[in-house]
Structure formats: C-alpha cells, structure tokens
Write a protein that binds this ligand. Structure first.
Ligand code: NAD
Ligand code: UDP
Length: 327
C-alpha cells in the first residue's frame, strides 16, 4: 500500500520479476520498489549474486522466492517481467540444455501465469535474435542470421522460440505482451566473473592482469548503461495494448572491442597489457541497434555516454574488489 498525493490510500501493483536477483533484475526490482510497488523476485540463483539484492531485503515490499522458472509457478500478481535466463555467453553455454529449457519452458510457464491472471507480461529478449547480422544497424524488421546448431544456439534459438511463444499467446489468447530486444547492457551490479566483455576488461585492468581481446578486436558492440535500459523497460510496460514490440532497446553508439579495451585502460590508469585470444565460435562481427521505434513509441533514448557509464562501473568494481581484498 502507498499514500497518494491527495491523502487516499492506493493499492500498489504487485509485480513479479523473474531473474530478479540478476544484474538487470536487481536494478529493476530497486526501481519498482522506489516507485512504491510490491515486488516478488523469483530466481534460482543460477547466475545471480546475493549481493545484488542484499540492499532490497530489508524492504517490506520486497519478497524473494527461490524457484526455477522451468517449473510452473502459481502466484497472484498484476504484472510480470520475465528476465530469468543467464545472459553471459560463458554462463549460458555452461549448461546449454538448461538454457534452452529456461528460455522455452520458462516462457511457457510465465505466459501461462499471465494468461490465467490476464496481466501484462514483458519479455527480456535480446539482440542475439539477429545472430551474426548481415544488416547494420539492425532494425526490428530484420529476421536475423542465426546458426541453429552452434554453441550460442541454446540462447539465440531459445530466445527466438520464446518470442514465437509470446506472439502466439498474443494472437491466440489476446495476451498483453511487451517484447524488448535488449542490446549489450552494462553497469554496477554486474558479476565480476560472468565473462562479459566490460566486466572482464574492468576487472583485468583494476588488477593489472592482461586484457583479453578475443580475435583481432575489430568486432563491434553497442553498450547501453543499465539505468537507461531500466527506464525503457518501465516505459514499455506502461504502453497500451497496441504496443507489443518487438522493440530494440540499446545505445546506438558502436565501438570496436579493441577501442573499448583502450578506453578502459585509459580510464583505470592501468598497467595491464592487451593480449589477443582466440575468437569464440559464432561471435557476431557487428552489433548496433536501430532505435527509431523506441524513440517513436516510448519517447526514449539512452542518455548516458559510454565514458560516464564506464566511470560508474569502474567505481563499483573498484569497491567490490577492495572489499574482497583482491585489490
Ligand atoms: P543475469 O545472468 O545477471 O541474470 C539472470 C538471472 O536469471 C539470474 O539471477 C539467474 O540466477 C536467473 N535465472 C537463470 N535461470 C533461471 C531459472 N531457470 N529460473 C529462475 N531464475 C533463473 O543476466 P542479466 O544481464 O541480468 O539479464 C537478464 C535478462 O536480460 C536475461 O533474460 C537476458 O537474456 C536479457 N538480456 C540481457 C542483456 C545484457 O546485456 N545484460 C542483453 C540482452 C538480453
Ligand atoms: N570479448 C573479448 N574479451 C573478453 C570478453 C569478450 O574480446 O574478455 C568480446 C567477445 O568475443 C565479443 C564481445 O567482446 O566479441 C562482447 O562479448 P560479451 O560476452 O560481452 O557479449 P556478446 O555480445 O558476445 O554476447
């Protein structure tokens, strides 16, 4: 419950966030709590750190349920954000069968829940839908270029199948769906060992270890700061029935991985050397979102420049590593 400005008592929305203890999920839970909602965080802690949700545990409006979304869930809520799924290639390739199950069975279970409750459901989809794109920047109309049997397929095809399910529930059951195609997002709260490029490079730079650039470093990515992304999630969830997505959410500023390594070295004043390592199989050559739809439908665009977001993220990892005595 919360007080409205006119003094009456409003019932706050009860919002389910699956994967709520993860990097994006914990930021989303914090924002929803700050807005006065009740949050049910569901997570099996496959790739989460308890540290992420520690500050939320004291909040009476926050509830944590350890649960694997590949199994059905019976709860009563007013909205669902479906984020449960490891996002880092290292994590999602560690148990690929479980990754596909999480994407597909997780989507079926959460869509079934949304159908029973007749509530809006937002899916955390991904730019990996586009695979190794032959079109740049990638608009939502691009169908993608995905290897169906490679090491990334458990995630790419799992997320593609989840999108199919979302749109079939919308067509067949008139469910209110919101599909967000998220491009690489970073910020405080990332797991130091999750293997993603920004966390790897910052931790390596802060501990003066070699910076591991895979391949020749000419592949590109576009990095969105986490606060900007969460803003877009909230705006997307607030849209009416006519908006289903899929909508690209990300920062269109594109960088090579080599230039990202140089920038992080510069911002951390690190003595680390840049070393070349083998390029992982099916690593996309380029990635840049076309965000015209997000601009038009949500009136949203990212506000945080890469350098500013990196400064915040470096400060977070610096603090984390010092606390652990690793720096
Ligand atoms: P994350 O790994 O930090 O968080 C995922 C969370 O899901 C973790 O807390 C994990 O324990 C939980 N989880 C995994 N399998 C589960 C299961 N079967 N049941 C319940 N919980 C489970 O990753 P993130 O960066 O926070 O990503 C969140 C979502 O956003 C994911 O669905 C991911 O695919 C999507 N996404 C993220 C990015 C990004 O750059 N961060 C980009 C594209 C898409
Ligand atoms: N990468 C890298 N060094 C690392 C980690 C990643 O060069 O230590 C590269 C990786 O090969 C990819 C890019 O950085 O080209 C982004 O990788 P990440 O795992 O963060 O996300 P992806 O976009 O590939 O899912």
């Amino acid at each position: 419950m919360r007080s409205a400005s006119n003094g009456t008592i409003e019932v706050a929305d009860r919002i389910l966030v699956t994967g709520g203890a993860g990097f994006l999920g914990s930021h989303l839970c914090a924002r929803l709590l700050a807005a006065g909602h009740q949050v049910l965080c569901v997570d099996n802690f496959y790739s989460a750190s308890r540290r992420n949700i520690q500050p939320l545990m004291q909040n009476a409006n926050f509830e944590l349920l350890r649960h694997d979304v590949t199994f059905p869930l019976y709860v009563e809520v007013d909205q669902i954000y479906n984020l449960a799924c490891p996002a880092s290639p290292v994590h999602y390739q560690n148990d690929p069968v479980q990754t596909t199950k999480t994407c597909v069975h997780g989507a079926i279970n959460m869509l079934g829940l949304a159908k029973r409750l007749r509530v809006k459901i937002l899916q955390a989809s991904t730019s990996e839908i586009y695979g190794d794109p032959t079109v740049s920047p990638q608009p939502e109309t691009y169908w993608g270029h995905v290897n169906p049997i490679g090491v990334r397929s458990c995630y790419d095809e799992g997320k593609r199948c989840a999108e199919t399910l979302f749109f079939d529930y919308w067509r067949q059951h008139r469910l209110q769906i919101k599909v967000a195609r998220i491009f690489n997002t970073f910020g405080p709260g990332m797991h130091p060992n999750d293997g993603r490029v920004i966390s790897n490079f910052i931790v390596q730079a802060l501990t003066n270890r070699d910076i591991t650039v895979y391949g020749d470093g000419s592949q590109t990515r576009s990095f969105c700061y986490v606060e900007d992304l969460i803003e877009a999630f909230l705006k997307l969830m607030q849209t009416g029935d006519e908006v289903t997505g899929p909508v690209n959410l990300g920062n269109p500023a594109e960088y090579t991985i080599g230039s990202l390594a140089e920038l992080i070295l510069d911002l951390t004043n690190s003595k680390s050397r840049i070393v070349r390592c083998p390029l992982p199989q099916d690593d996309p050559r380029q990635r840049q979102p076309d965000i015209e739809q997000a601009r038009a439908m949500l009136g949203w665009q990212p506000r945080t420049p890469l350098k500013e977001g990196l400064r915040q993220t470096i400060a977070y990892f610096d603090d984390l590593l010092r606390t652990r005595g690793e720096r």
